[in-house]
Design a protein around this ligand. Sequence first.
Ligand code: CDP
Length: 230
Amino acid sequence: MKKITIAIDGFSSCGKSTMAKALAKEIGYIYIDSGAMYRAVTLYAIQHRLFDDAGEADIASLQEHINQIHIEFRLDPCTQQPQTYLNGTNVEQDIRTMDVSRKVSNIAAIGFVREALVRQQQEMGKKKSIVMDGRDIGTAVFPDAEMKVFVTASPEVRAQRRYDELTAKGDTCDYQDIYNNVVTRDRIDMTRDISPLRKAEDALELDNSHLTPEEQTAWLLEQFHRIAAE
Ligand code: CDP
C-alpha cells in the first residue's frame, strides 16, 4: 500500500480534528492540526499585547515578531495525543479559549502569517504519511494530496458540538455566543482574499451532521484503503 497525503478541510467545529486524529491513529500516520498553529499565533499576539481594546491587531508589530514565533507538536507520553507548543510551552488548553476563537480568523487572513505557517506545514508533510486538517489543506498546502475530504454540518449541529466539548472540559459558555462565533468565522474564512475556505474540486464531500464518530471513521478508512491501494 502506498504512502499518501490526506487533507481534511471544512467549516469550523465540524469535527475535523476528531476524525483526522482517529484516522491517523488507525493507519499509523502523523496528525497535524493546522488550526492549532493559527490559534498559537493568535495566543502569542494576545500575550504580547498586540491587540487594541477594540480587538484590532497591530499587524506591523506582529510582522516584526513573526520569526520569533515557534510552533511545534509533541506527543503527550501518557495519552499519545499531540500537544501544541508555542516557543517551548504547552499551550494546548490556552489556544482553545473563546478569546482566541474570536480573534483567530482575522489573524489567519493575514498574508505573512499564512505564508509562514503554510511553509512549515508543507515541510511537515514532505515524507507523506500525514493527515492534516484545516481550511486550505487540499487547495493550498497540499494541492496534490491523494485523498481530500471536505466536511460539512449545519451551523446548529456544529455550535452544539463545540458547546458540549467546552462544557465537558468544565468551561462555562453560552450556546448563542458559540453559534455566533462559528458563523462569523465561517464568513471570514470563506471571504478572505488569500486561500479562502472552499472545497477542492477533487475533494470527497462528507456531511457528518448525523454520523457518529465511529461511522465517520469507518467511512474514512474505506476511502483510505481504496485510494492507497490504487
Ligand atoms: O476549532 P475549529 O475547528 O473551529 O477551528 P480550527 O481548526 O482550530 O481553526 C481556527 C481558525 O484558524 C479557523 O477559524 C480559520 O480562521 C483558521 N485556519 C485557517 O485559516 N487555515 C487553516 N488551514 C486552519 C485554520
